[in-house]
Design a protein around this ligand. Sequence first.
Ligand SMILES: [Fe+2]
Length: 338
Amino acid sequence: MIKLLSHLSYVAITSPDVEASVAFYVERVGLTVVDRIDGAVYLRCWGDYYAYSVVVLPGDEPSLDTMAWRTSSLEALDKAVQRIESAGVQGEWVDVHTIGRAYRFTGPWGHSMTLHWDVTRHQAQGHTASIYPDRPEKRSTVAGAPRQLDHVTIAASDVDAFAAWYNEVLGFRIMARTLLDEAPISVFSVLTTNEKSHDLGVVLDGSSRAGRVNHYAFWVDTREELLIAADTLMEHGIPIEYGPSIHGIGEQNFLYYREPSSLRIELNTGGYRNYVPDWEPNTWKPSLGSNNFYRNGAMPMSMTESFPAADGPSATEEGVPDEIREALLNPYAKHGQG
Ligand SMILES: [Fe+2]
């Protein structure tokens, strides 16, 4: 298979209060509004190469409207569409703001994905123009403002099957997965289209609601910036849900917090680069530090919440069955330091 996808280009999310979300992204995260069209607000990080990386849409609940990947070429876009349709999924061609022709489909677990080759590159003018040729814009003056969009982590009812479908159909490399210590239940997996540890994550969803998202993430250049962002969030009364710490899988520094819609966002930095084309994914256990490299901190229960809220009768309100949640939340109690 030729390389089909190159990187995550934008996410579109919904918020019950678009203006509250947008104000938060501008003031607290450090994004810039670039367009407002028919209720949709388009925002960018200072280092995003294209026109925007986040679209906030009005909606009754926080959710992921679509996640967009740029293909590796025009030919790759057509090939990707052929492969999606050969796999029995029918999408449609859509016209996306500043992008143009794009193919949008809903994957087997209910997640909308938009694939495109065409883009509009961002080149700031006037006082926002960078003095450096490679920078699309000056560095933000907001403390800890991310350079660019990094990844998205969705929720699906079968983690391994989700990973296998996106691997087989679109060529995502599967980089790692987590099985519970207590039982061979796959609760997390990471996939990538490039040398990053992941640009697509999947967590187990025990609810019956398809197409949910757990969080999406921005990239900051250094751990120092991530810590400054954490400090600034605390000073402005924004609770930090989890972190700052380091994931075992991917070895990224992380920090999770919520935007006003309650949707979880993450700041990420560091970690390794993996260029191995035939990488065989390793299997982690929570007790090995898959989530917490130092194996010394329990994940807050709230982290199992995905969006929109679950509605399944067999699930807890967060959509994760109790036994799985307990095993995820405190893996070190039973298993010590691994
Ligand atoms: Fe993440």
